[in-house]
Write a protein that binds this ligand. Structure first.
Ligand SMILES: [Zn+2]
Length: 366
């Protein structure tokens, strides 16, 4: 199977257009047309993970954390990153990262964490901004049905559980074809046309903008298609950072911590003691989520579970929320299972393995 075919599925799950600006998700090492014999899924790529891939006959590693964030000045053996790139190329193993774009998905990193913790219904904690546009196009009435169909087929007009959402207004369009024009209606060098036109409006998510505009132009009869693509201030209700949901019943703090310990198979949780004694509304963010504490407080969460809290940041919860720092790796460990299940479902009869190597560099001595 070609690498680009597997990438197509991964980018359907989490389009790279939704990664954060500092991120570097996507293909990091390898050729899109390479023939892939098997996939190993890991949270991080290490030399050990590369060896494991080789031993299992997998020549693609799908990893959550990118190996490359910034440019390498050389590829030798001075740092772990250089050695991994060198070794991956030598062993003919491709590396693909699916990072903050997967964090931001409704079916991503936090969805599986919410499921493991038993939170219902999981909702996005910080909806993503700057990813929705309104497309309005002016179409002569007889062509409106075909253009609308093309927009819908390209994925425009979807809002949550509703597809084919649109709005239309009728009015009059004018144009005067210049001598060099090839007008579908009217004559080159002729008089001004006044035509009944419809203004069709649909919502377009960022990753589909180019495809939707191309489909619109292909279906539109005019040589010059008049349209406006307007970036909206609306946030995306089904994409963004972190999640929030409810436990089935309020739980005493020790009971809640026990639940977390069990769900994440960890022996250590760093936590703060809030003023309240029970927990039911829980905000979560897999990975380093300290920056979303304010959002968890605003949402009225009883507890906020994430990783990578610093000493002073624990004070920011005051006594209003229980902060549980479960560790970065621990909070994201189930992402491997999510990706393996997804790929096995999309690529039945193809070898997809979860990595057995534990890549967490942090150990606890107890
Ligand atoms: Zn992470």
């Amino acid at each position: 199977m070609q690498l680009q075919h597997i990438i197509w599925h991964l980018e359907h799950l989490a389009p790279p257009a939704y990664q954060e600006s500092y991120d570097n998700s996507g293909l990091q090492v390898g050729l899109p047309e390479a023939e892939i014999s098997g996939v190993l899924v890991a949270l991080d790529v290490t030399e050990q993970v590369l060896d494991e891939a080789e031993a299992r006959g997998a020549n693609l590693i799908v990893m959550h954390h990118p190996l490359l964030f910034k440019g390498l000045k050389r590829i030798s053996n001075a740092t772990a990153i250089e050695r991994i790139v060198w070794k991956a190329i030598q062993k003919n193993i491709a590396l693909y990262a699916i990072h903050t774009n997967l964090d931001n998905m409704m079916q991503g990193v936090n969805a599986i964490l919410a499921r493991k913790l038993g939170l219902q219904p999981p909702q996005i904690l910080v909806p993503q901004a700057d990813v929705l546009s309104k497309l309005q196009v002016y179409v002569p009435e007889p062509a409106a049905a075909a253009v609308l169909e093309a927009l819908f087929n390209a994925g425009a007009g979807q809002i949550g559980s509703y597809a084919e959402c649109s709005y239309r207004q009728s009015g009059t369009g004018t144009f005067r074809p210049l001598p060099e024009a090839h007008p579908a209606i009217g004559t080159a060098g002729g008089p001004r046309e006044n035509l009944p036109e419809l203004n069709l409006q649909v919502l377009v998510p960022r990753h589909l903008e180019q495809a939707v505009i191309a489909a619109m132009k292909a279906a539109h009869p005019y040589e010059e298609v008049a349209y406006d693509l307007i970036r909206l201030a609306n946030t995306h209700p089904y994409q963004g950072a972190g999640m929030i949901g409810m436990l089935p019943e309020p739980e005493a703090i020790p009971q809640f911590l026990e639940r977390v310990k069990k769900a994440l198979d960890t022996g250590c949780i760093r936590y703060t003691r809030p003023g309240h004694t029970t927990i039911q509304k829980v905000a979560i963010c897999g990975g380093a989520g300290a920056s979303f504490l304010k959002a968890a407080l605003r949402a009225g969460a009883d507890a906020y579970l994430t990783g990578d809290f610093k000493y002073h940041e624990f004070f920011d919860g005051e006594d209003r929320i229980l902060i549980a720092d479960v560790g970065h790796w621990e909070s994201e460990q189930h992402t491997t299972e999510l990706l393996v299940d997804y790929l096995r479902q999309k690529l039945p009869n193809f070898a997809v393995h979860p990595a057995g190597s534990i890549t967490n560099p942090v150990h606890y001595f107890h």
